[in-house]
Write a protein that binds this ligand. Structure first.
Ligand SMILES: [Zn+2]
Length: 161
């Protein structure tokens, strides 16, 4: 589903935790600041291929962001970084995601697609959880995606209980 500044790809990692699969997001527009990936989620070659194709359409992937260190989100990050020749991985801290290149504390921002993406530390689901907000797009879709995503995670935990 194309929604302008970003596109969502369903990772092939359906499970109790990830429901039908984790949503990998690719953000960016050509000729702006390149593309950015949130939660590669899975190292299946077909999934990484699809991420890279979308990234190319959006000016080339320059950063990989991870919402938190659960395997159904950070999975694929190291493989994608290697395929892209060392594009940096960002996450809240090294305790959560040991393979990161840069820590992204609350308030960290990145320029992408002519907008600003801001990291907001939202512990609860996990101590290192980051939510991401597109500041200028008035993209309630983006925000509602992230809210939906978080609720789905909680629903998964409730089923565990
Ligand atoms: Zn999780």
């Amino acid at each position: 589903m194309e929604t302008g500044i970003y596109i969502s790809l369903l990772a092939p990692n359906a499970s109790l935790m990830s429901g039908p699969g984790t949503n990998t997001l690719i953000l960016g527009r050509p000729d702006e600041d390149g593309a950015l990936v949130i939660d590669p989620a899975d190292s299946a070659p077909a999934h990484l291929d699809a991420i890279m194709r979308e990234g190319e359409r959006r000016g080339g992937i320059r950063r990989i962001l991870v919402t938190h260190g659960h395997p159904d989100h950070v999975g694929g990050a190291s493989e994608l970084r290697a395929r892209l020749g060392g594009v940096p991985v960002y996450a809240f801290n090294r305790n959560g995601v040991p393979e990161l290149d840069h820590e992204a504390p609350d308030g960290t921002t990145w320029s992408v697609g002519g907008d600003t993406l801001r990291a907001i530390h939202t512990p609860g689901h996990r101590f290192d959880h980051l939510s991401f907000l597109l500041e200028n797009a008035h993209s309630l879709r983006g925000r509602s995606y992230f809210r939906h995503h978080h609720q789905r995670h909680r629903a998964a935990r409730w089923r565990h209980a």
